[in-house]
Design a binder for this molecule. Structure first.
Ligand SMILES: [Zn+2]
Ligand SMILES: [Zn+2]
Length: 262
């Protein structure tokens, strides 16, 4: 029977040669605190539990995005339990890559308070340049030791050369995200599909792991990877290079120690 929370989580990957993984994590989601998302932390955690998700990242937009929370929101995250409804929460931020130097918003004082740090380019607060310059900005963000994951690198917001990005991600143990939301036809991101296919082909060529991200802005969309999965099938992407069903590997690879929250 169809879950009231829609497709996602715990669904076998029919048609993907990788087999039938049981996805246990989604590390890129937003709550009402981001200003244009619609569920609370508790609603998100409850939905994650219903979907069989064991690790939920809640990564609010950093201040470069209009209407998101202020820095004080991130400073006060210590009041939120990291376990809810049997789900381990990682509370963090989706930082903005602001320019071709790879400058990120917020600051190190705040970074060290966060369980997880994603960085991505958003048109609302991005000053780009040539394709080469954009790539340099992305490479700087990847080499930033605070960065765990790059959100939607292939959504087409900035023109990029993907080969050096994949190699830098491999060298720094930064995960590149295959972002399901940006492949949703309603977003009209024409470059997202060919770009993500190219990214997956390069990750396959160089044996570089990727992470699927729902980028859920409402609880129903947690671990909904419906727009990303067909690309994995199309590229015959190796199951062993997708971390969403391998939490131990994922957190070890990223250097995230969850011991304190168990
Ligand atoms: Zn984003
Ligand atoms: Zn996001």
């Amino acid at each position: 029977m169809e879950s009231p929370f829609g497709p996602g989580a715990a669904q076998p990957l029919e048609g993907w040669q990788g087999g039938s993984p049981h996805f246990l994590l989604d590390l890129h989601t937003h709550t009402v605190a981001s200003g244009h998302a619609y569920s609370t932390i508790q609603e998100m955690a409850q939905a994650a539990a219903t979907k069989g998700i064991q690790y939920l990242g809640i990564t609010e937009h950093a201040p470069g995005i209009p209407g998101t929370c202020s820095p004080i929101y991130f400073r006060n995250l210590h009041v939120v339990p990291r376990q809810m409804y049997g789900v381990r929460l990682l509370l963090g931020a989706e930082l903005n890559i602001l320019d071709t130097h790879g400058t990120l918003d917020l600051d190190e004082y705040h970074y060290q308070l966060l369980d997880i740090r994603i960085a991505g380019i958003h048109s609302l607060c991005w000053t780009g340049g040539t394709r080469r310059e954009n790539t340099n900005g992305m490479l700087a963000a990847i080499h930033n030791p605070w960065t765990h994951i790059i959100s939607h690198p292939a959504d087409g917001t900035a023109e990029l050369y993907f080969e050096p990005i994949v190699l830098a991600a491999r060298d720094t143990h930064t995960l590149l995200e295959i972002n399901s939301s940006s492949l949703n036809p309603v977003r009209h991101k024409a470059a997202a599909r060919p770009n993500n296919l190219e990214l997956l082909q390069l990750c396959k060529k160089y044996d570089v792991p990727v992470i699927l991200g729902s980028d859920a802005h409402i609880s129903f969309s947690i671990a909904d990877y419906q727009y990303a999965l067909p690309l994995l099938a199309e590229t015959q992407f190796p199951a062993e290079l997708v971390v969403n069903d391998k939490p131990d590997f994922c957190f070890q690879y990223l250097g995230i120690d969850l011991g304190g929250y168990s």
